[in-house]
Design a protein. Structure first.
Length: 468
């Protein structure tokens, strides 16, 4: 009657259904047999008795319809046994954005006030909902009184632990004293490597999803190439994307994507490649070209992108002294108190008041470069402090010898003053490999580069390979 995977052993018990709802339900079951079968399978896993399970209505099904499904050969005996005991209901839902523990429990059918109170105050349950919407289901088994018999969920990992392929399971069960016992277990996931070759026909994200590439891998791909090109806009029909990425599996089932390990973009005759490498000092890793140059831009193009140049570099008549002399930097128009960012990573060499500069910050950058930011209204860094590219170091102002709020910016290369507007032609394009990591980089990325070549060479839609 219903196309369930174990239909020959299945007996459907339909409770509290009007004839109209019944007809509607079976129309939906016929339309979505696989989804319902999957739900039954999932529910069965949780039912410790293994005798019966309740299928929560899918969104396409009429709401408030409960179907109890009985499995096993001795169907009549089971039916009798169940009639003699309480009904157990297995339900599943996912954590939604802005969920509370109480809302989650309500959707799971838990109405027992003691359980709601205890779990509402439990740190692990709160961590579960605090992480926001998740694709992993939360499952429950409750009895007819709304008392919780079992709950299982996947706990989010701490934000900095993404490199560790761990799966944290949360289990809730009634303890002997009548309260609920909350426990967590950590399980290590197996990491698999997947290769994909994706021909671009329309939108990139569509092409990726049609080839089974998980959305987070696509997002990562776009981010990796963002400093060079916007893949969503530039890729055209006929372009080709090859990917090597990780999938984390539990009990043989691929649960979620890991790192994007390598990527190749072939667009209108130009090939660009990126490989992921985690150095000794940076376990999070970064993306590099196969030659070892960072994909991320190491230097911003300007300390105040988009700001107007009010006075260029070079000989000029000094606006205050009135004499002809050398303007050693560039002046950018900037309102009082505009946040100011370091153009590249480095170490603060000087931060304080200095003659005509007023409040000034001088930063030493790797490769023998120095930048100077003058006439500031406030300074947010200290001498000796390490700063990253884009880090706010202070606010623009009008201190020192200055005729109005602006930023005076200098760029020095190997001790020589250079026109800051020509800075880009002096500084490295991408973040270089950390010193002493070149050999490790080529060794670690050799496998990935081979896999990338394999992926790129595959003309058929997707080729999967195990590299573990
Ligand atoms: Zn100036």
């Amino acid at each position: 009657m219903v196309d369930l995977s174990r239909s020959k052993d299945a007996v459907l018990r339909v409770t509290q259904l009007s004839a109209e709802l019944f007809a509607e339900l079976f129309a939906a079951l016929r339309a979505h047999p696989r989804r319902v079968a999957a739900s039954v399978g999932g529910a069965l896993l949780l039912s410790s008795a293994g005798a019966y399970a309740l299928v929560e209505a899918q969104p396409q099904l009429p709401s408030r319809v409960n179907v109890t499904t009985l499995f096993d050969a001795g169907a009549q005996a089971q039916t009798d046994a169940i009639a003699a005991t309480d009904l157990h209901y297995a339900q599943s839902t996912t954590v939604r954005r802005q969920d509370t523990v109480q809302q989650l429990l309500r959707r799971l059918g838990v109405t027992d006030p003691a359980a709601v109170k205890q779990l509402g105050a439990d740190a692990r349950m709160r961590a579960l909902v605090a992480a926001g919407a998740t694709p992993e289901p939360v499952r429950s088994v409750v009895n007819a009184q709304g008392e919780l018999l079992q709950l299982s969920a996947t706990l989010p990992l701490p934000p900095d632990a993404d490199a560790k392929p761990l799966w944290r399971e949360l289990q809730v069960r009634p303890a002997a004293d009548g309260a609920l016992e909350v426990s967590t277990t950590e399980r290590k996931m197996e990491t698999r490597t997947r290769l994909a070759s994706v021909p671009v026909r329309g939108a990139l994200t569509t092409a990726l999803s049609q080839n089974g590439v998980p959305a987070p891998i696509g997002t990562q791909l776009i981010k990796v190439f963002a400093p060079q090109m916007d893949l969503r806009r530039t890729l055209r029909k006929g372009d080709q994307v090859a990917l090597v990425y990780e999938m984390q599996a539990l009990d043989g089932r691929e649960i979620r994507p890991g790192h994007l390990l390598a990527a190749e973009i072939r667009s209108r005759g130009v090939t660009r490649q990126a490989v992921w490498f985690a150095s000794r000092d940076n376990a999070k890793g970064a993306y590099y070209t196969p030659a070892g140059q960072g994909m991320e831009k190491a230097w911003a193009s300007s300390p105040l992108p988009g700001a107007k140049v009010t006075s260029p570099f070079g000989m000029r008549r000094h606006p205050v002294r009135g004499t002809r002399d050398m303007h050693e930097g560039v002046d950018f128009s900037a309102r009082m108190g505009t946040p100011l960012r370091s153009v590249a990573e480095g170490r603060v060499k000087f931060a304080g008041m200095q003659n005509g500069y007023g409040n000034v910050i001088k930063i030493d950058h790797p490769g023998g470069f120095e930048t100077v930011y003058a006439h500031l209204s406030s300074i947010a860094v200290k001498p000796g402090q390490a700063v990253g590219e884009g880090q706010i170091i202070g606010k623009t102002g009008n201190s020192g010898t200055s005729t109005g709020p602006h930023l005076h910016f200098e760029f020095h290369a190997a001790g020589r003053l250079i026109d800051p507007l020509r800075m880009a032609s002096y500084v490295p394009q991408g973040k270089p490999l950390p010193p002493g990591e070149k050999a490790a980089f080529f060794a670690a990325t050799a496998v990935m580069r081979t896999q990338l070549a394999q992926a790129a060479g595959a003309d058929d839609a997707v080729r999967l390979a195990r590299a573990d």
